[in-house]
Design a protein around this ligand. Structure first.
Ligand code: MF3
Ligand code: CO
Ligand code: CO
Length: 294
C-alpha cells in the first residue's frame, strides 16, 4: 500500500527493529529518550579524523550496496535489511536505530519525502527515486552520508533534479575553507539551485558529526548570512546535505513524527557527505572504499 489514488505516498507497515550483535558497541543514546547534550568540540585531531573516516567509509560502502539493490519491485524494508546486515557484518552500529526513538537502521526517502522516511513495505515503482541515508557508528565515531538513487527511468525533470542536487553538494564542499564563515556553504548551494527554480529546504540542515551524531553545530543550505557566522577551522568536521525540490521548500510532517514531505508533494532529492576542513579546503570522509569502474 505505497500510494494513495493521487500517486502520493502513504505510510506502510514497519517491521520489528533488527538485531545488533551484543559485541557491537552502542552509541550512548540507545535505550534513552534523547542523546546527552554534547559538550565536546567540532574540531578533531588527525587521529580522530581517521576514526571518523573509517565510520564514514563503512557508511558509504553500505549506501553503495543498498543502491545496487534499488529497483522497481523492492521494498524499502528490504533495503533496510541489506544496509543493516552490511553495517553489523563490518562491526558498525546503525546510528539511526534507537536514535530519539527512530525504529530502523537507515532512512529511505521516496519521491516527495524530503528526509527521515522510515523503511516499510512500500514497493518501489519504475520512475521512483529513493534517498538512502546511512550513519555508521564504530570506534566511538559516527560517519553520516546519503545518496539518491533512481528506480527504473524517472522523468527528465526528476533525473535532472537528482543530478543537480549532487552538483549542489559538490559546490557546497568547494566553498569550504578555513577562515570562512559556514554560511558561505549555503550561499553556494542556493545560488546554484536558484538557476533552475528549485526549492531549497531550510529547516533541515547539515550538522557537526563525529563523537556525537548531531553535535549542535548547524550548516544551512541557503544563504543565511549574517547568521550562522561560525568560522571554519582546520580539523572541523561536519556534514553538508542539501535537499532540493521541484516546488516549494515548505514541508509537512507525517503523524509518525519522522517522515518529512514537501508541502506541495513535489519530488525532492538529497545528497550528503561528512567532511573535514583542511588547509586547502575540504577532505570528504564518506567516500566508498573502492570505486570499480567497468
Ligand atoms: N542521517 C540523518 C542526517 O543526515 C539523520 C537521521 S536521524 C533519524 O542527519 F533518526 F531520522 F534517523
Ligand atoms: Co546528516
Ligand atoms: Co544522514
Amino acid at each position: 500500500m505505497p500510494k494513495d489514488p493521487h500517486g502520493h505516498l502513504i505510510a506502510g507497515a514497519v517491521s520489528a527493529p533488527r538485531n545488533v550483535p551484543p559485541g557491537i558497541p552502542r552509541p550512548e543514546y540507545v535505550g534513552r529518550r534523547a542523546p546527552r547534550p554534547f559538550t565536546g568540540s567540532d574540531v578533531y585531531s588527525p587521529d580522530a579524523v581517521e576514526r571518523i573516516r573509517l565510520a564514514g567509509r563503512i557508511a558509504a560502502d553500505a549506501i553503495s550496496l543498498v543502491g545496487e539493490n534499488v529497483r522497481a519491485g523492492v521494498t524499502t524494508d528490504e533495503l533496510d535489511e541489506i544496509g543493516h546486515r552490511f553495517l553489523v557484518e563490518n562491526g558498525a552500529y546503525p546510528s539511526t536505530l534507537g536514535y530519539r526513538g527512530y525504529p530502523k537502521s537507515l532512512c529511505s526517502s521516496v519521491n516527495e519525502v524530503v528526509c527521515h522516511g522510515i523503511p516499510d513495505d512500500t514497493v518501489l515503482e519504475d520512475g521512483d527515486i529513493v534517498n538512502i541515508d546511512i550513519t555508521a557508528f564504530v570506534d566511538g565515531m559516527h560517519g553520516d552520508s546519503n545518496r539518491t538513487f533512481l528506480a527504473g527511468t524517472p522523468t527528465d525533470d526528476v533525473r535532472l533534479l537528482v543530478e543537480r542536487t549532487e552538483e549542489s553538494l559538490r559546490r557546497g564542499i568547494k566553498a569550504v575553507a578555513p577562515g570562512r564563515q559556514v554560511n558561505v556553504i549555503g550561499r553556494a548551494i542556493e545560488s546554484y539551485a536558484k538557476r533552475f527554480g528549485y526549492g531549497v529546504v531550510r529547516d533541515f540542515t547539515g550538522h557537526g558529526v563525529g563523537e556525537a551524531f548531531h553535535s549542535g553545530l548547524i550548516i544551512p543550505h541557503y544563504d543565511s548570512a549574517p547568521q550562522y557566522d561560525t568560522v571554519m577551522e582546520v580539523g572541523m568536521v561536519f556534514t553538508i546535505e542539501p535537499m532540493l525540490t521541484l516546488g516549494t521548500h515548505e514541508w509537512d510532517m507525517w503523524p509518525d513524527d519522522w517522515t518529512v514531505t514537501t508541502k506541495d508533494k513535489s519530488v525532492t532529492a538529497q545528497f550528503e557527505h561528512t567532511l573535514v576542513v583542511t588547509e586547502r579546503g575540504a577532505d570528504i570522509l564518506t567516500l566508498p572504499s573502492s570505486k570499480v569502474t567497468a
